[in-house]
Design a protein around this ligand. Structure first.
Ligand code: LLP
Length: 382
């Protein structure tokens, strides 16, 4: 299946830069997830942090997925988009009191708790509000995701989750509570994971943990394995839809689910990344002393991933003249890190050409800022 960028529609857009979302590709991605996750007890919650554009969120809610949120703002965005309360789970290492109150008021499905200190505050707030709540304990499994160190989360040195040594104590506290119902365990090892081994290792770790607790007569209704499935940034055409088949098969093969147990996933990037591109216009072509620069009207305020994580997104000149030339593709922001690609081979490029920065549907628009008092990027979804 071909998902061509509609260049004609781009030329009519009043303002660049803008995010273009291919809704057909999003729908096909959602169908693929539905098809390949159809094992008993499997449930996918979309990680709203990847992209909270209301059009995208509504589409995912309408397709019947749940939502994984990490702030009061995301919780409200999910509810506004039509996710029902009982399909929303809330994770996050630093929930403020008002956010816990909002979650309790909205009766969401589950709070993922990351420390004893947090559990105590949740209990206190429950008592004050006369409420009870289901929780899952986020465990730090100490499994290496082999990804960029900024987006590795499941190692003992990371700030996330409860150390396995402290789990007994927190479980006991839940069992003795009159307002906390312990539902399950939550894990997340990192993001943009492109090998199966880290997921297999996570499964093995979860099996050990479950065996240990089952022996003590403690059972969990849900196991949540987080998100993390990576996508192909180098060649988005080759893989517009990530390999969900192998992903879910890995869990089906390696994770020993208990009778009636639910397995939850929190996929973000893999759901929305390939359906989005950042479309920008060439302002100037500047021939430097050692390099040629293409200066575009998008900057790291619009897409921060290259500057922040040294990420590379495929860059295409959509206006497409002949020839070929090497350029550094840079933005207008006054920092040298405002660079989308070094020594990119593009057709000979001119002022006014449209450039697409691909695979920008996840952690793109949502991480945009107004640095340099720039306007936020526009959106075209069709
Ligand atoms: N669940 C939890 C607890 C998470 O922390 C995350 C992502 C997800 C699920 C979703 O992971 P995904 O399926 O999208 O990999 N801004 C970075 C990515 C940060 C990911 C943070 N946590 C980037 O642009 O690469």
């Amino acid at each position: 299946m071909d998902y061509k960028l509609p260049v004609g529609a781009f030329e009519q857009q009043p303002r660049t830069p803008f995010y273009y979302y291919d809704l057909k590709l999003l729908d096909d991605t959602l169908s693929s997830i539905r098809e390949h996750s159809a094992y008993p007890g499997y449930k996918v919650h979309y990680a709203v942090k990847a992209n909270a554009n209301p059009i995208i969120l509504k589409r995912i809610a309408d397709a019947g997925f749940g939502a994984d949120v990490v702030s009061g703002g995301e919780l409200s965005a999910a509810i506004n988009a039509g996710f029902t309360n009982d399909t929303i789970v809330y994770a996050g290492v630093g929930k403020a009191d008002w956010e816990i109150e909002l979650a309790l008021n909205k009766n969401i499905a589950c709070l993922n708790v990351e420390s004893m200190a947090e559990l105590e505050v949740i209990e206190e707030i429950c008592h004050r509000m006369g409420k009870s709540v289901c929780v899952a304990l986020r465990v730090n499994p100490n499994v290496d995701a082999h990804t960029h160190h900024y987006i590795t989360t499941g190692l003992s040195e990371n700030k996330f989750g409860i150390d396995i040594e402290k789990l007994d104590e927190i479980i006991a506290r839940c069992q003795n509570s009159d307002c906390i119902k312990l539902k399950g365990l939550h894990f997340h090892i990192g993001s943009q994971i492109t090998e199966t081994t880290p997921f297999e290792n996570l499964c093995k770790r979860i099996n050990e943990i479950q065996d240990k607790y089952n022996e003590k007569g403690i059972y969990f209704e849900t196991i949540n394995v987080g998100g993390g499935l990576g996508i192909n940034y180098d060649d988005p055409e080759a893989e517009p839809i990530p390999d969900f088949k192998s992903y879910f098969e890995t869990f089906n093969k390696h994770l020993n689910l208990r009778e009636g147990q639910e397995l939850h996933f929190e996929l973000g990037r893999s759901v929305v990344c390939q359906c989005g591109s950042l479309i920008t216009k060439v302002l100037y072509v500047k021939n430097g002393v050692v390099k040629n620069f293409v200066i575009v009207d998008a900057g790291f305020s619009d897409l921060i991933r290259p500057a922040l994580y040294q990420a590379h997104h495929k860059i295409e000149n959509l206006t497409g003249h002949g020839g070929s030339e090497k350029y550094d593709v840079v933005g207008p922001i006054c920092e040298s890190s405002d660079c989308f690609g070094e020594q990119e081979t593009l057709p000979v490029t001119h002022r006014g050409d449209l450039i697409a920065i691909r695979s920008a549907g996840a952690y793109g628009e949502i991480m945009a800022s107004q640095y340099n008092c720039r306007q936020l990027p526009d959106v075209l979804a069709k």
